[in-house]
Design a protein around this ligand. Structure first.
Ligand code: SF4
Length: 347
């Protein structure tokens, strides 16, 4: 099991629940816009939010943002160690930085001191596009060089006594991402920040992220996840939640079991399944609702459902735990079913 690292009021690793992260795509110095977006993301399930620090205005804005939000704030810093110090001074909960590119031991020592004094966590890591030449020559362009590059950054921080470390090693290739994190999980017990980088827009990006992140989570690898999408960050949160639910790590939701439909389907089960999904989207009660096309296979195939419906011969059968308890004519079925659903949800 990975060790626990605290990021403000969220603990990751050590068996804690997998934290969902996202990143703003608003300039950080626009404090009010950032705060309202963070509030929106937090309300739909974002546990930790990262913002980029491009210039001094951004670095100074972190303190104002931090005062107005309740989820942990992570500052993403490239090259400039002074921004890291300003961020830590402003109260951020974690910084994302690579010690290898902030300019020498004296600067790393200064950042390390500030991290330790303020109990701030740090994420270090590698990206398939920026692996050091020496590692590429030694291992080739593969999971070993990518993982070793991340571990090299970890070693730099350890030299200065920093222990609150989270590691990432991302590639845009799903197989490379999965192999790299598997390698890392063998080599270290620091918590792992898992994701497929530059995954693309919602369509392909969600597929790539689901396979990459999902495969790792099923192996028990990963402590915090980010679904990187070329889209509004809200999409990243929705996708992350669906991934956690699909791999069984979040059970507090209404799972809609619905068949693919076939020539035996006689009523609009596609429309009803969509309607059920919309109506139950925000509910955090662990329930299973089945919308099945036909009575021949429907009740049996969804025997463990809290409520189900299947149609045939002009009527829909309603069932609970696989047992039919009511039959309703097609024309009244949707209305009646949604009423029964409401009763179960409110119970
Ligand atoms: S449950 Fe019935 S309608 Fe749905 S796919 Fe199976 S056989 Fe076809």
């Amino acid at each position: 099991m990975s060790r626990e690292v605290k990021i403000g009021n969220v603990s990751i690793g050590g068996g804690n629940k997998i934290a969902i992260q996202s990143m703003l795509n608003i300039k950080t110095s626009r404090v009010d816009d950032c705060v309202s977006k963070i509030e929106q993301l937090s309300s739909i399930g974002c546990d930790v939010i990262r913002v980029s620090v491009k210039d001094e205005d951004d670095a100074l804005a972190l303190k104002e943002i931090k005062k107005k939000i309740s989820i942990p704030l992570v500052a993403d810093i490239h090259f400039n160690y002074k921004y890291a110090l300003t961020a830590i001074d402003g109260g951020v909960d974690k910084i994302r930085i690579n010690p290898g590119n902030i300019g020498g031991d004296d600067k790393v020592a200064e950042v390390a001191r500030a991290l330790k004094q303020n109990g701030v966590a740090v994420r270090v890591g590698s990206n398939s596009g920026s692996v050091e030449k020496s590692l590429l020559e030694k291992y080739g362009k593969n999971e070993i060089s990518l993982a070793e590059s991340a571990l090299k950054n970890v070693a730099v921080l350890e030299k200065f006594g920093v222990e609150n470390i989270v590691i990432s090693a991302k590639a845009s290739s799903v197989p490379l991402t999965v192999k790299t994190y598997r390698y890392l999980s063998e080599k270290t017990n620091y918590p792992l920040h898992v994701g497929v980088t530059e995954a693309g827009t919602c369509d392909m990006g969600i597929v790539k992220s689901s396979i990459g992140i999902g495969s790792l989570l099923l192996d028990g690898i990963g402590d915090t996840i980010r679904v990187s999408l070329t889209a509004d960050p809200t999409e990243e949160i929705y996708a992350a939640k669906r991934i956690l639910r699909s791999v069984g790590l979040d059970k507090n939701f209404v799972e809609v079991i619905s068949c693919p439909t076939c020539g035996r389907t006689e009523y609009d089960s596609i429309g009803l399944a969509k309607r059920v999904e919309e109506l139950t989207a925000g509910i955090t009660k662990p329930l299973k609702i089945a919308v099945m096309g036909c009575v021949v296979n429907g009740p049996g195939e969804s025997a463990d459902c809290d409520l189900g419906i299947a149609g045939g011969g002009g009527v829909c059968a309603f069932f609970k735990q696989g047992k039919v308890y009511k039959k309703v004519k097609f024309e009244d079925a949707e209305k009646e079913f949604l009423k029964e659903l409401q009763d179960i949800v409110n119970k």
